[in-house]
Design a protein around this ligand. Structure first.
Ligand code: SF4
Ligand code: SF4
Length: 159
């Protein structure tokens, strides 16, 4: 089941709780703040993700045993060439200096968190996780904000 995170930037109070929660969970934040709002990996389709396609050592792979199509960095294969950081269109790949590896968001699917740490930490309801099936239903909801509708359109165009 494909899972993705949809953000509603208009609701953001710029408290950075999401980024701090990510950093607390993984040691390095896998999201970053722009001048205004935080941005997150948009979970490109595994066959199209620029970070995966450019990696010379096949270090970016889908999470083992899961049919979720979310990519993670395999620390053992990462040679820290940083090409993925250049290739990612939103510059969201970070470096874990201790592990000597690139790091990317996995929506916490490789941890014990049922809800991603950032989503749980956000008190402004900016962040939400959906399955594709959820989104199909949401598309018909007239109460959706324009931003959320726009986010859904963007996701559909890259997936
Ligand atoms: S830094 Fe690591 S994950 Fe990124 S492209 Fe290089 S080997 Fe691949
Ligand atoms: S790290 Fe960048 S290129 Fe890779 S899946 Fe996320 S948004 Fe796409």
């Amino acid at each position: 089941m494909k899972i993705l995170m949809v953000t509603d930037p208009q609701m953001c109070s710029e408290c950075e709780n999401c980024i701090n929660a990510c950093k607390k969970t993984y040691g390095v934040a896998r999201a970053r703040k722009t001048d205004t709002i935080p941005i997150f990996c948009v979970q490109c389709h595994p066959d199209k993700a620029p970070c995966r396609r450019i990696c010379p050592n096949d270090a970016i792979e889908t999470i083992d045993g899961e049919d979720d199509e979310i990519l993670k960095v395999n620390e053992e294969n990462c040679i820290l060439c940083k090409l993925c950081m250049i290739a990612c269109p939103i510059g969201i790949i970070s470096i874990d200096k201790e592990k000597k590896s690139a790091e990317k968001c996995t929506l916490c699917l490789e941890s014990d968190n049922i809800i991603p740490a950032c989503v749980e930490a956000c008190k402004d309801n900016v962040l939400n996780v959906f399955s594709i099936e959820d989104l199909q239903e949401l598309k018909n909801d007239e109460n959706l904000t324009e931003e959320l509708q726009e986010a859904i359109k963007t996701f559909k165009s890259i997936s």
